[in-house]
Write a protein that binds this ligand. Structure first.
Ligand code: GLN
Length: 221
């Protein structure tokens, strides 16, 4: 049996939206552009792209998406945030603006633009999840995670020899995934594939007999 394609939204208020849509389509998911609250309906997961977290936060309010998206995340919608998206999914931000809006969900403190002015942007290989596998990390005025709660799984740190060596740059908590870097700007789709596995697991769990709200399961008629 072939599983139906996962409907994965990409928040499209600002930032590198198209790149995420392209990776999702290349992995067989069904990408959905999200600009309005109604676009959230029927999604299996959502990606929050990089850009400027302060601007995206303001636009979430203007477009009426802030509370609906918070509610969707709180009810278990899987999400992946890259860079500014990581900041949005964090519970606390350092060096943010006083009125900075966060969605929350991942129990971490992030520092905005953490790598400093001298090393605004850089690229380097990042070891993923203790597997010995490296992913190519593109960091653009990136945050890092300064403090992670007990329920947060640390997936990657900056390797020795790179700016900010040892800093946490990828985390997961339940169905929420975040990276400080931008895999969508590389040809390496492994982080997105990892996210789609999280989305698939969540969608399968929601579709188990007995939890199907349609009530059609096993009726036999
Ligand atoms: N520095 C940006 C911010 O604070 C993030 C940069 C990015 O997403 N590439 O939101």
């Amino acid at each position: 049996m072939t599983a139906s394609p996962l409907r994965v939204g990409v928040l499209a208020l600002q930032g590198d939206v198209r790149e995420h849509l392209t990776v999702l389509a290349s992995l067989g998911a069904s990408p959905v552009v999200v600009r309005r609250p109604s676009d959230l309906e029927g999604l299996d997961g959502i990606i929050l792209p990089g850009g400027e977290s302060t601007t995206i936060g303001k636009l979430l309010g203007i477009f009426g998406l802030l509370e609906p998206l918070r509610a969707a995340l709180a009810s278990g919608l899987p999400a992946y945030g890259s860079c500014a998206g990581m900041i949005l999914l964090s519970s606390k931000v350092l060096d943010g603006t006083p009125d900075q809006v966060l969605l929350g969900g991942i129990d971490v403190t992030v520092r905005r633009n953490a790598f400093g002015r001298q090393v605004d942007s850089f690229e380097g290989s990042v070891e993923w999840d203790g597997t010995g596998e490296s992913v190519h990390g593109v960091f653009i005025r990136a945050p890092w995670v300064e403090d992670a709660g007990a329920d947060v799984e640390v997936l990657a740190r900056v390797p020795a020899g790179s700016p900010g060596a040892g800093s946490i740059v990828a985390v997961r908590q339940a169905a929420l995934l975040a990276t400080a870097f931008h895999p969508e700007l590389t040809a390496d789709a492994r982080v997105h594939r990892h996210f789609l596995e999280i989305v698939r697991d969540a969608s399968d769990a929601g579709a188990e007999p007995g939890t199907d709200q349609s009530g059609r399961q096993g009726s036999g008629t």
